[in-house]
Design a protein around this ligand. Structure first.
Ligand code: NDP
Length: 452
C-alpha cells in the first residue's frame, strides 16, 4: 500500500500519512465522476446556485479549521490562511450570482432565421494544483467548472492532502451530489495515465513550468484542451512621481505576503534612479517591521516556506546573485524551511534573482533612468503574468500599459486575483484565463445553433 506523509515545515514533524489511491480505485472514481456528469449537467442554474451558496456558508462556518490545516501543511501565517478561505467564499458567491447570466445563449445575427451560441459543459475536468494557495487555486478552477455543469477531479500537491480532503468535504457538505468533485490522493506519476483516460475531457494546471509542459504535452497528444497558470516574475515599476509611502506599503505587501510564494508576487522592484536612495532606505524600514514567527500566531506575517527544499533553492539564488555582484541590504539567512525577508540591491539583468523566479521572501532592486529602460527591464523576463506601475500620472501609465508583455497591468496597486477579472498570463506564464466570464468559458463546448 503506497502512502504519502505530510510534514509541518515549521516544526519538521510529520502531520499525517495518507494511503494513496490505487490504479483500480482511480479508474473507478473516474467512472463514477463520468456517470455523475450526465445527471449534473441536467441541473438548473438555480439548483447549482443553491449549493454554491451553501459551499460559501460551509467555508465561512469552518474557516478556522480549514485554515489551521493549511497552516500546518505549508507554514502559511494563520491570518492569511483565514483570509484565503474567506476569499474562496466570495468566489462561490460571485459565480453563484453570475454564472447563469454569463452562460446564457449568445444570439448572433446572420442570414438564418435564428442563430446563437449555446454554452455546454465538456464533462470531467482534471485539475493539477499547487500548494501555495491550497484552497484558492482549487476553488478558482472548481467553482466555475461546477456552475457550468462540469465535474471536477483534483490531483493536489503531495504536501497538502489534508487540505485536498477538506475541499472535497466543503462540496459534499454543501449538498453537491457525490462525485461532482473528487479528490484523488496520488503522486504526479499517475497524472499522465489519467489525462489519457477518455473520461477526462480537459486539464488545468497551476504550478511550475516543467509540470505544466508535461501535462500540456500529454493533453496535446490526446487532443484535449489545457489551461496553464505557471510562474511569474512580476516587476514593480516605481516612477519618481509616485506617492512614496503608499507605494512602499503596496510593494512590501506584493512581495512578502504568503511568505513570497505567489506567482503574481512583485519580485523585481524597478525604481527610478532619481528617487532610489530614499525609496530603498524607507522600504528597508518597512521590511524590517515584518514579523516572522510561529505560523499559528495571528500576529505572524512571515511564516516558513512550504518545504525545506524550496528554502534551499531561494538560498542558492541569493548566494549566486551576491557572487554576481548584488548587494545584500537585508536578510539572506535560512534556518530549515524559514528564509528571512531579504532585499538585494544593485541587481542587474543577468543575476539569478532577476532572471529566475524567486518563490520566497526575496526582493531584488534594480534602478532605471527613463521610461523606455523601465519597460525594457520589465519585459526582460521569460514570464508574462503581470506588472504594477506606480505613478501619479495615470494617463501616461494607462497609455504605457500596451507596452508590457503581461496578462495584467495594475496601476498603483499590486497584481491580485479578483473573481470579477480575468486572470492568467502570456509567454512562459501559461495560457488560458481563470476567473470572470472568461474563466467559466474555458471548459465549454461553445455550440453553434443555426435555424433556417
Ligand atoms: P510543481 O509544479 O512541481 O507542483 C505543482 C503540481 O504539479 C503538484 O500537484 C505536483 O504534484 C504536480 N506535478 C509536478 N510535476 C508533474 C508532472 N510531471 N506531471 C504532472 N503533475 C506534476 O511545483 P513545486 O512544488 O515543485 O514547486 C517548484 C516551483 O514551481 C516553485 O518554486 C515555483 O517557482 C513554481 N510554482 C508556481 C506556482 C504558481 O502559483 N504558479 C505554484 C507552485 C509552484 P506533486 O506535488 O505530487 O509533485
Amino acid at each position: 500500500m503506497a502512502t504519502i506523509t505530510s510534514v509541518n515545515p515549521y516544526t519538521g514533524s510529520e502531520i499525517e500519512t495518507f494511503t494513496t489511491h490505487t490504479k483500480t480505485e482511480i479508474t473507478q472514481l473516474l467512472e463514477k465522476a463520468n456517470d455523475q456528469f450526465y445527471t449534473w449537467r441536467e441541473t438548473t442554474f438555480s439548483e447549482r446556485k443553491k449549493r454554491m451558496i451553501a459551499a460559501a456558508s460551509e467555508l465561512k462556518k469552518n474557516k478556522q479549521e480549514y485554515a489551521e490545516t493549511m497552516t500546518l501543511e505549508i507554514g502559511k501565517p494563520i491570518s492569511q490562511s483565514i483570509a484565503e478561505i474567506e476569499k474562496c467564499a466570495w468566489l462561490c458567491e460571485y459565480y453563484a450570482e453570475n454564472a447563469e447570466e454569463q452562460l446564457k445563449d449568445e444570439v448572433i445575427k446572420t442570414d438564418a432565421y435564428k442563430s446563437y451560441t449555446s454554452f455546454e459543459p465538456l464533462g470531467v475536468v482534471l485539475a493539477v494544483m499547487p500548494w501555495n494557495y491550497p484552497f484558492w487555486q482549487v476553488f478558482r478552477f472548481a467553482v466555475p467548472a461546477l456552475m457550468a455543469g462540469n465535474i471536477g477531479v483534483l490531483k493536489h500537491a503531495s504536501n497538502v492532502f489534508g487540505s485536498a480532503l477538506n475541499i472535497e468535504k466543503v462540496f459534499s457538505n454543501a449538498g453537491f451530489p457525490k462525485h461532482c468533485f473528487t479528490t484523488l490522493l496520488i503522486g504526479s506519476k499517475e497524472v499522465e495515465a489519467i489525462i489519457e483516460n477518455p473520461i477526462i475531457k480537459a486539464v488545468t494546471l497551476t504550478g511550475s513550468g516543467p509540470a505544466g509542459a508535461a501535462v500540456a504535452a500529454t493533453a496535446g497528444a490526446q487532443i484535449k484542451k489545457s489551461v496553464l497558470e505557471l510562474g511569474g516574475n512580476n516587476a514593480l515599476v516605481v516612477f519618481n512621481d509616485c506617492d512614496m509611502d503608499k507605494t512602499i506599503a503596496t510593494c512590501v505587501q506584493a512581495r512578502y505576503q504568503n511568505t513570497g510564494q505567489s506567482c503574481i508576487a512583485g519580485k523585481r522592484l524597478l525604481v527610478s534612479e532619481a528617487i532610489s536612495e530614499e525609496f530603498i532606505e524607507k522600504l528597508l524600514l518597512k521590511v524590517r517591521e515584518l514579523k516572522s514567527g510561529d505560523p499559528m500566531d495571528p500576529d505572524t506575517f512571515i511564516g516558513t516556506l512550504a518545504r525545506e527544499d524550496l528554502a534551499i533553492t531561494i538560498e542558492e539564488q541569493v548566494q549566486k546573485s551576491l557572487k554576481q555582484g548584488a548587494k545584500l541590504e537585508l536578510g539572506g539567512n535560512r534556518q530549515g524551511a524559514y528564509f528571512e525577508p531579504t532585499v538585494l540591491s544593485n541587481v542587474s539583468e543577468k543575476m539569478a534573482v532577476f532572471a529566475e523566479e524567486t518563490f520566497g521572501p526575496v526582493l531584488s532592486v534594480t534602478t532605471f533612468k527613463d521610461v523606455d529602460e523601465a519597460i525594457a527591464l520589465s519585459n526582460n523576463s521569460r514570464f508574462g503574468l503581470g506588472v504594477s506601475l506606480f505613478t501619479k500620472d495615470i494617463e501616461a501609465a494607462e497609455k504605457m500599459a500596451f507596452c508590457f508583455e503581461e496578462g495584467a497591468v495594475f496601476i498603483n496597486e499590486l497584481v491580485k486575483s479578483d473573481p470579477r477579472l480575468p486572470f492568467g498570463g502570456v509567454k512562459e506564464s501559461g495560457y488560458g484565463r481563470e476567473l470572470s466570464e472568461h474563466g467559466i468559458k474555458e471548459f465549454l463546448n461553445k455550440k453553434t445553433i443555426y435555424i433556417n
